[in-house]
Design a protein around this ligand. Structure first.
Ligand SMILES: [Zn+2]
Length: 374
């Protein structure tokens, strides 16, 4: 009871003592605050658009240039995205209207570098007036039109005629869809310098895009794509279960945590193997896409500056110094093959005791790329 009384007295004291701030807060005009919020949203929308453009420019050659390695998990794409104002809500909608003067008409918002739409001459901000001579509807109906009439043409690989309006000029472009690896590359709004592969798609954090430029970023996308191609996620899950199983048995047999320690090491070891493999295969994918793959080791040096502890110590990833040396060796291998005019295909392990791995064994089936982007 005495304690309760003491707490009540304390609460009363806090309420009575006027412990708030002592300086005067400047008068804030709500209208000015709203205007500033609008400007900030405009900045976010502008930044997102720049990031999406960079990402689609890097991803398009990677997805198209490596279609032959993706087995039957490929799809036709034209590597462009179209939107109108009805695709956005709230503040983002306001910002799209004020920054890009977007309206109810369908317009091209992204064209992936060297993709079919880009090759045919389509550019960002073109207004789509008609598709195969059928006038595109405005407003909410536009989305359904593209889904029902344009997407099936892309999927079937049929050429599509676009009638466009560019700065008051009417132009036409015939776009021929091409096969590409079926991996959507997504941008995630997250300040962390990171990226990951889900097994069927690739996720790049905005923090990574801020930290790295041009083709360095392309090599990261290629590395994540390699994780998907090699089926690392599925294998990792299997390894994890296997390690948990063995470590439980070891723990039980020795009545210590030796099994758990083994499990941890075994898991990290296989994880490091996958990272080396993703680095190696990723360099081939980047080289085949015409990216400056030689810049990959530089990326590791930047990571070293960011995280000196990782230079000589590995965990889920191998230590940076070892990755650097391994990447240099892979680059030398690619240069040698290029000089000899040999095809750029990663070297696969061949165990003569077992059946020879086919490309399909090595390259895990996957699918879906930068399609229509709606
Ligand atoms: Zn990785």
């Amino acid at each position: 009871m005495a304690v309760l009384r003491a707490i009540l007295v304390l609460i009363l004291l806090v309420l009575l003592c006027g412990c708030g701030s002592v300086t005067r807060r400047p008068d804030i005009d709500d209208v000015e605050v709203a205007a500033e919020a609008g400007r900030m949203y405009e900045m976010v929308v502008g930044r997102d658009q720049v990031m999406l453009k960079r990402l689609s420019d890097l991803s398009t050659p990677l997805l198209i240039g490596n279609a032959d390695l993706c087995g039957d998990r490929t799809r036709f794409i034209i590597a462009m995205a179209v939107h109108n104002l009805d695709d956005y809500r709230g503040r983002r909608r306001d910002a799209m209207e004020s920054v890009y003067e977007m309206d109810e008409r369908i317009r091209v918002t992204l064209v992936g570098r060297e993709g079919p739409a880009h090759v045919a001459g389509l550019r960002e901000d073109d207004i789509v007036l008609a598709v195969n001579d059928i006038e595109t509807p405005r407003g909410l109906a536009a989305s359904a039109f593209f889904k029902l009439h344009v997407a099936p043409l892309v999927e079937a690989g049929k050429p599509i005629k676009f009638t466009l309006l560019r700065k008051a000029q009417r132009i036409t472009a015939l776009v021929q869809p091409v096969l590409a690896c079926d991996y959507p590359v997504r941008l995630q709004d997250n300040g962390e310098v990171n990226a990951y592969a889900t097994g069927t798609s690739i996720v790049i954090f905005s923090g990574l895009m801020n930290a790295f430029s041009g083709d360095e970023l392309g090599v990261v996308v290629a590395h994540e794509m390699a994780h998907n191609l090699m089926g690392h996620r599925e294998k990792k899950t299997l390894e994890l279960w296997k390690d948990i199983y063995i470590s439980r048995i070891l723990d039980g047999a020795t009545r210590t945590n030796a099994g758990s320690i083994y499990g941890n090491f075994a898991y990290l070891d296989s994880s490091q193997d996958f990272e080396y493999e993703a680095d190696y295969v990723g360099l081939y994918l980047a080289a085949r896409a015409g990216l400056e793959f030689e810049r990959a080791p530089e990326f590791l040096r930047k990571l070293a500056l960011d995280s000196p502890a990782s230079i000589n110590r590995g965990s889920t990833h191998p230590k940076l110094a070892a990755r650097y040396v391994a990447q240099e060796a892979a680059i030398a291998e690619i240069h040698k093959k290029t000089a000899l005019g040999q095809p750029l295909i990663p070297e696969m392990k061949i165990d003569t005791a077992e059946k020879k791995p086919t490309m399909k064994d090595g390259w895990a089936p996957v699918g879906v790329g930068l399609g229509l982007g709606r």
